[in-house]
Design a binder for this molecule. Structure first.
Ligand code: ADP
Length: 163
């Protein structure tokens, strides 16, 4: 059984993340979406529970994609989940620098687990969670950028608008 995990903040999950997860699920027998609390990232717009809920609803029809909360170091959690690989998506050169470091740390922690990088499809390569939040807060249209459960969560949550 080939398993992989796809860690991220998913604040919120976007169509870009969705595309990477589905493509990974076509390569591996099982994919775990790890919804992490990354201390570097500062404040999130959505709580861990809300981010988990959006991911769970997004993947509810995908039998080999499971959503779990982040727990400690990703490399150790991947090992615990019996994963052979950690999936990451690459958009621009700017992603690369961060990912090189992440890959080196994971190699140091768990040599047997490989990083697998999937290139963002060009129609999704401009989408980031940060831009989605920003567009929404400035009253822009995000319905083409995120899965439906995310739209519903944005509507439900009291979000601070600008101007
Ligand atoms: P993190 O906090 O770990 O960077 P993100 O939720 O921002 O979490 O992203 C998780 C992973 O998904 C990263 O590898 C990121 O590069 C990738 N990713 C984010 N947006 C896209 C996109 N639009 N297309 C492809 N990959 C993406």
């Amino acid at each position: 059984m080939r398993k992989a995990c796809y860690p991220g903040s998913f604040d919120p999950i976007t169509n870009g993340h969705l595309d990477i997860a589905i493509r990974a699920s076509n390569i591996f027998d099982e994919v775990y979406i790890i919804v992490s609390e990354n201390i570097d990232k500062g404040k999130y717009m959505f709580t861990l529970e809300e981010r988990m809920q959006m991911c769970k609803q997004t993947f509810k029809d995908y039998k080999n994609i499971k959503v779990v909360p982040g727990k400690g170091l990703t490399a150790y959690q991947a090992k615990e989940l019996d994963c052979q690989a950690i999936i990451r998506g690459l958009r621009m050169v700017s992603d690369y620098e961060y990912e090189v470091q992440f890959a080196a740390i994971n190699e140091y922690l768990e040599k047997d687990i490989d990083m697998v990088f999937l290139m963002a499809r060009k129609e999704f390569s401009f989408i980031s969670s940060t831009r989605v939040r920003e567009i929404y807060q400035y009253h822009g249209e995000i319905s083409h950028l995120v899965p439906k459960p995310v739209l519903e969560m944005f509507k439900k949550k009291k979000i601070e608008y600008f101007n």
